[in-house]
Design a protein around this ligand. Sequence first.
Ligand code: CO
Length: 184
Amino acid sequence: MIYPIVVYGSPMLRRVSTEIDKNYSDLEKLIEDMFETMQVSDGVGLAAPQIGKSIRIFVIDATPMADDDPSLEGFKKAFINPRIVDENGEPWAYVEGCLSLPNIREEVKRPENVRIQYYDADFNFHDETFDGIKSRIIQHEYDHLEGVLFIDKIAPLKRKLLKGKLNDIAKGKAQTSYRTKIIK
Ligand code: CO
């Protein structure tokens, strides 16, 4: 099932999500649907709040970026109940986009490395460190579970310049190739 993407202007995107347990109903189906929704929307990451669920899950499939960065080959995972336990390294800038912020792309600075503890789709525990684009995508998706969007991390002046675009998104006026929804 393909979900509409919850976009900017929805208070849902500003909530801190809650953990789930392994008996969460239809978890396997939910993860499958999240991958499908992300792929048809041309995203490389999707967090549960973006489909209207305030729970701690995100999925990543960076394989479409593997042509430019071979290290991303096969980087396709679900992260359940993730906890970032450490971030370090020199912050670096990279242009980010977000399915919940259609037609907005801005440079965001984030630390180089992330150490994260999480459960996979089979509820096996992992404690891993990632760097480069992998770390970047994880940090972006993790922020969604904390109610944070990448526009919160850009200079206030740049954010001011986006005001018109953001208002349009919040009014449901943004042009997208995928279905969107505002949840009040
Ligand atoms: Co996003």
